[in-house]
Ligand binder design. Structure first.
Ligand SMILES: Cc1cc2nc3c(=O)[nH]c(=O)nc-3n(C[C@H](O)[C@H](O)[C@H](O)COP(=O)(O)OP(=O)(O)OC[C@H]3O[C@@H](n4cnc5c(N)ncnc54)[C@H](O)[C@@H]3O)c2cc1C
Length: 596
């Protein structure tokens, strides 16, 4: 019989997640006289999306110029704010946009001060590498007093009288249950990319933060807005899901063809073509949902490859323009990326096309916050990709700027709140019931294997809640998700009973969060009966500014999913009226990405 052991950690500010958002939150909270504890499921610098990023920081050209970069001083913070909201098709919380643009220069300067190397700056982009960001954050963390607890999965928030008073976690190293008692808690746990079968994101990103916030009663906003990444290798398997290729093709372009060798993307998007070759794409933009729809249509109509993708090749490397060449030399020296060697993949590409898919890359929706990163629950804050509302219906700027800006704001807000409050007692009944739920997975001798349930969740997400959505399929997905919840969650079991370093156990706990996020994404997508940038409904193929300029918010109330729509937060740009066909509404918004 497995016995659960528990220990208690008391802290003022508990930060969950150690990368861009979490590390910044911890650093900025620790500027106040409070105890800060940073907990992470992996090890800092080896988990989450931050270290995998390309990585670009967005900042307006004028501020970048004033920082010493050769950018356009005629650009302005106000112009950047307007562009972000237009590209987000007006669903953005404009107060979050203001904070993003206002604080970007300070956060970038801070990272540079901690040693982050900038490899190149152009337009509104300050380019570096994800590991450089994490390296700098580690320097920042060393300068302050933060308790770091790694290899620990926070599984649920503890609440008392509607306030968040702590959390429980499982130590992956010892199998112990840890009870955190905190005055304020910041969630910076990244996205829920693992709900989808194709992604370059790391395995920790199972939507834990959003799912536990939802269970505690926090609102989730615009969860239907999922961003993809085309050009993710699926075959040959040696390079499966290597983000190197989509990042490279974002600068170098290439050919995308179907099984009939037709160049359907250059046909559908003539503006993407190189000047010299009408079939070759100058760039394969990552954030353009119209491209996802073209690719998925080829696949669903039977013109895809045997592994569920389309074909990619790179015949044009020699003919790249000066700037493209320069960026590629700097980002991928000798075809390495983050010190990993991709020269064999480049050799393989010379032999002919490889099969690529669209991956789930970034979640625009998430925990609903205000400009102080406060949620609707006192004591709970969220920052980074875990939080929603900044990007509206499409992410135009850099997520890295978002995570460091919001991390700093959340840390400050949480510390100030902690100074005004005291540790509230926790509800032992709640701890006991969470503990039982977790340890039952080890005690059960038979039932549902986590790996099987996760595969079925991912298949359902891909089949019904990916980039081409339709009411009947969304309703079916919700029904199937409910069945999985009712019939399978309580039967999950780990074949290995040892609680120490038991990945299967953790996979089982994550499966509940993945299923929860699948359900929330499907419900939001079903609710929004229009198409808007990242959210395409084949049964509602219009962008409806008369009825749908509002956010979809999902909360758990008395154990039930509660959906509401909320008026937009508008502070500087009034949205337009009118109803337009989806493609007509989307193409002009995409223009800057298509021809950058
Ligand atoms: C392949 C790839 C390339 C990208 N490239 C770029 C780019 O070039 N530019 C850009 O701007 N954006 C890019 N993005 C997006 C960007 O990297 C992320 O949005 C951003 O890094 C998220 O930062 P974060 O701090 O919010 O979360 P993450 O960096 O994802 O970190 C999440 C943290 O939460 C922890 N965690 C999760 N669950 C738990 C739990 N239950 N308990 C405890 N800890 C938990 C994880 O261990 C991790 O520490 C890219 C994303 C991917 C996947």
């Amino acid at each position: 019989m497995v016995e659960s052991v528990s220990k208690t950690v008391d802290t003022d500010v508990l930060v969950v997640g150690s990368e861009g958002g979490g590390a910044e939150a911890a650093i900025h909270a620790s500027k106040y006289p409070v105890k800060v504890t940073l907990v992470t499921k992996g090890r800092m610098g080896k988990c989450g999306a931050t270290m995998t990023a390309g990585a670009d920081f967005t900042v307006d050209g004028k501020s970048a110029f004033e920082m010493g970069f050769k950018t356009d001083p005629k650009d302005s913070p106000e112009k950047l704010m307007v562009d972000i909201v237009k590209e987000g098709a007006y669903l953005n919380n404009q107060k979050l946009v203001e904070v993003y643009v206002r604080d970007a220069p300070s956060r970038i300067k801070e990272l540079v001060g901690w040693g982050m190397k900038v490899i190149f700056a152009y337009g509104r982009v300050v380019l570096t590498f994800g590991p450089e960001v994490v390296k700098a954050l580690k320097v920042g963390l060393k300068e302050c007093n933060v308790e770091m607890i790694e290899d620990t999965m926070v599984t649920d928030l503890l609440t008392k009288n509607g306030k968040v008073v702590g959390a429980v976690g499982l130590s992956l190293r010892t199998g112990d249950l840890i009870v955190f008692r905190s005055k304020a808690t910041v969630l910076a746990t990244g996205g829920w990319q693992m709900v989808y079968p194709y992604t370059a994101a790391t395995e920790e990103l199972t939507g834990d933060g959003q799912a536990m916030a939802y269970r505690a009663g926090a609102g989730l906003v615009d969860a239907e807005m999922v961003q993809g990444i085309p050009g993710l290798p699926v075959w040959p398997p040696a390079w499966r899901f290597a983000s190197f290729l989509p990042i490279l093709s974002g600068f170098a372009g290439g050919y995308i063809t179907n099984s009939k060798r037709e160049h359907f993307l250059s046909r559908d998007f003539p503006k993407l073509r190189t000047k010299t070759d009408p079939e070759c794409l100058a760039t394969i933009p990552t954030k353009v949902p119209l491209i996802y729809i073209s690719i998925l249509t080829e696949i669903s109509e039977g013109r895809g490859g045997p592994h569920g993708g389309v074909y990619f090749s790179l015949p044009n490397l020699e003919k790249l323009e000066e700037q493209g060449k320069r960026i590629i030399d700097l980002l991928f020296p000798n075809w390495t990326f983050h010190k990993a060697d991709f020269s064999k993949l480049m050799e393989r590409l010379k032999e002919g096309p490889i099969e690529v898919v669209i991956g789930a890359n970034y979640m625009c929706g998430g925990i609903r916050i205000n400009e102080n990163c406060e949620t609707n629950l006192p004591g709970l804050y969220a920052a980074g990709e875990c939080a929603g509302g900044l990007w509206g219906a499409n992410r135009f700027g850099s997520a890295l700027t978002q995570v460091v800006v919001q991390g700093a704001v959340a840390g400050k807000s949480a510390a100030e709140y902690a100074l005004k409050t005291h540790l509230l007692g926790i509800n032992q009944g709640q701890v006991k019931s969470l503990q039982n739920k977790l340890f039952q997975i080890l005690k059960r001798e038979d039932g549902v294997k986590p790996v099987e349930l996760r595969k079925r969740i991912q298949k359902l997400a891909y089949d019904s809640v990916f980039f081409i959505r339709e009411g009947t399929k969304l309703r079916e997905a919700l029904q199937k998700a409910k069945e999985m919840k009712d019939r399978e969650l309580a039967k999950l079991y780990a074949t290995t009973k040892n609680p120490i370093c038991n990945r299967e156990w953790i996979h089982a706990v994550e499966a509940e969060n993945m299923l929860q996020m699948l359900e929330i994404t499907a419900k939001s997508a079903l609710t929004r009966t229009e198409s808007r940038i990242l959210h395409y409904r084949s049964d509602y193929p219009v962008t409806d500014n008369n009825n749908w300029l509002k956010n979809v918010v999902i909360r758990q109330v008395a154990g039930e999913m509660h959906v509401t729509t909320h008026a937009l937060t508008v502070s500087f740009l009034t949205p337009p009226k009118g109803i337009l066909p989806y493609k007509e509404a989307t193409l002009p918004i995409m223009e800057s990405e298509l021809v950058h």
